[in-house]
Design a protein around this ligand. Structure first.
Ligand SMILES: NC(=O)c1ccc[n+]([C@@H]2O[C@H](COP(=O)([O-])OP(=O)(O)OC[C@H]3O[C@@H](n4cnc5c(N)ncnc54)[C@H](O)[C@@H]3O)[C@@H](O)[C@H]2O)c1
Length: 438
């Protein structure tokens, strides 16, 4: 069992403190608000949350949970601190870090007076890079000690939802954390060892980003369901039934399919059907800004790839794949064909390797249906991946093909490359190699 201090007795802090105490840990809950401290010490919950009053009254009675205003005493008497203070929006919408910074300064000053190792684990929601640019400097400046060496540092985002907070704490969908040092990883693993869910150890920034990704995804889901519901109602349909049926497909619709960052969508269906639904909404006087943003964002992704190539200053572009996805010769609304056409218009010599389009060309002189953007495509086709690599100043990877992977992975070391699909798991942008989202 561990001795833990929890800074901030708000929604996150009080639930964590009560659940840790219930699980047998010795918990000191710290706040700057006397009233919250008094409410906890009287065995009650300072917030309305299903089941929390009982947990707190039991934990206070057994002595597993004590609340205090005395931050120094809490640091001196525990092995690790969870920082759960608020991060409200600044006036411009950016994340407000004054409470987090203030808490780190208080904790840093107390750590300076302690000889035993102490881990500081931030649970507040903070944008990627905040641990490194704000929390760690504040802790080091206040303590005069080195983070990751003299004291531990971790970031461990909380995903619980108010109203089901205890159930979410006990049965989380995701546990992810980062730390600078082994003792902090060890305490986080110890605290999570009985959770019915895999724990993911990552770097601090990835953990910070995952929290924002999770909340923004939840927000996008709500808005998407609402827009569909509004359009459905305008067509005399039950929007909840439509979404229920959509969600019953956990193979493609509610799954990790289409959730891998990379290049734009295209093909004969998605762009056309998003446009048509948008037009249907317009015709029924239903606002659907998310639908409009989907097409705008897709267009922006093509522009992003275009700038990555034009910004390289290279002239001959070896495009791997021009159909809208591998495994087909279909060029209808292929974002890779659109990208090729824009690069050609900018003066690049674009050469293309696409075995499926080449096969279609060989079998049928009218092949290439839907290619209304690169009229001289046949002349730009290169028969082998080796020939394409040899002819190019920069390689642009749009699709991958089994026979192309190994030669392209070798070329990666010596040739400039813009990768829209990720040739090799784990590879990240580095000098001449640039991945579109990694
Ligand atoms: N509310 C949620 O459902 C939820 C879920 C997951 C993550 N989060 C994130 O967790 C963080 C906390 O959210 P919350 O809703 O629990 O906040 P809250 O506003 O309810 O509570 C914050 C508490 O911190 C206290 N505090 C401020 N400075 C302090 C200091 N120096 N020392 C000790 N206590 C101090 C405040 O007095 C307050 O009681 C935020 O970053 C939030 O985005 C919230």
């Amino acid at each position: 069992m561990a001795n833990i201090s929890v800074f901030g007795i708000g929604y996150v802090g009080v639930v964590s403190a009560a659940c840790l105490a219930r699980d047998g840990h010795a918990v000191m809950a710290v706040d700057i608000d006397q009233n919250r401290v008094d409410v906890i010490n009287s065995g009650r919950s300072p917030i309305v949350e299903n089941g929390l009053d009982d947990l707190i009254s039991d934990a206070v009675e057994t002595g597993h949970l004590i609340a205090t205003l005395d931050a120094e005493a809490a640091i001196l008497n525990t092995d690790a601190s969870f920082v759960c203070v608020g991060t409200p929006s600044n006036a411009d919408g950016s994340v407000g870090l004054s409470y987090v910074k203030g808490a780190c300064e208080i904790i840093g000053r107390a750590i300076a007076k302690k000889s035993a190792f102490h881990s500081v684990i931030i649970r507040s929601t903070i944008v990627p890079g905040t641990m490194e640019s704000v929390c760690i400097p504040a802790l080091e400046a206040a303590s005069g000690l080195k983070a990751g060496v003299d004291f531990g540092v971790g970031y461990y985002p909380e995903f619980l939802r108010e109203s089901t907070a205890i159930a979410d704490y006990d049965n989380p969908g995701l546990i992810v954390f980062g730390a600078l040092d082994k003792p902090t990883f060890a305490i986080l693993n110890l605290l999570n060892k009985n959770m019915p869910c895999v724990t993911h150890e990552v770097d601090l920034r990835t953990a910070e980003m995952v929290k924002y990704t999770s909340n923004t995804w939840r927000a996008v889901k709500v808005t998407f369901a609402n827009e569909i519901g509004n359009i459905a109602k305008a067509c005399g349909l039950d929007g909840q039934l439509v979404m229920k049926l959509l969600c019953s497909d956990d193979k493609v619709n509610i799954s990790s399919h289409f959730m891998r960052p990379g290049f734009a969508f295209g093909g004969s269906c998605l762009p056309k059907d998003v446009r048509a639904l948008q037009q249907l909404a317009k015709a029924r006087d239903v606002e659907a800004p998310l639908m409009a943003a989907v097409l705008q964002a897709n267009e922006a992704q093509i522009g992003r790839a275009e700038r990555m190539v034009t910004g390289s200053g290279k002239s001959v572009v070896g495009l791997v794949g021009i159909s809208f996805k591998p495994g087909t010769d279909d060029l209808r609304e292929s974002p890779l064909a659109e990208l090729a056409s824009r690069l050609i218009a900018q003066g690049h010599d674009v050469q293309v390797y696409d075995p499926n389009v080449s096969t279609a060309h060989a079998h049928d002189t009218t092949a290439g249906r839907g290619n209304d953007v690169v009229p001289d495509l046949r002349d730009r086709m290169v028969p082998t991946i080796e020939a394409l690599i040899g002819a190019s100043d920069i390689l642009l990877i749009g699709n991958t093909y089994p026979e192309a992977v190994s030669p392209l992975q070798k070329a990666m070391a010596s040739q400039p490359m813009v990768d829209l699909t990720r040739l090799q798991a784990g590879v990240v942008s580095n000098g001449a190699y640039q991945g579109i989202c990694w």
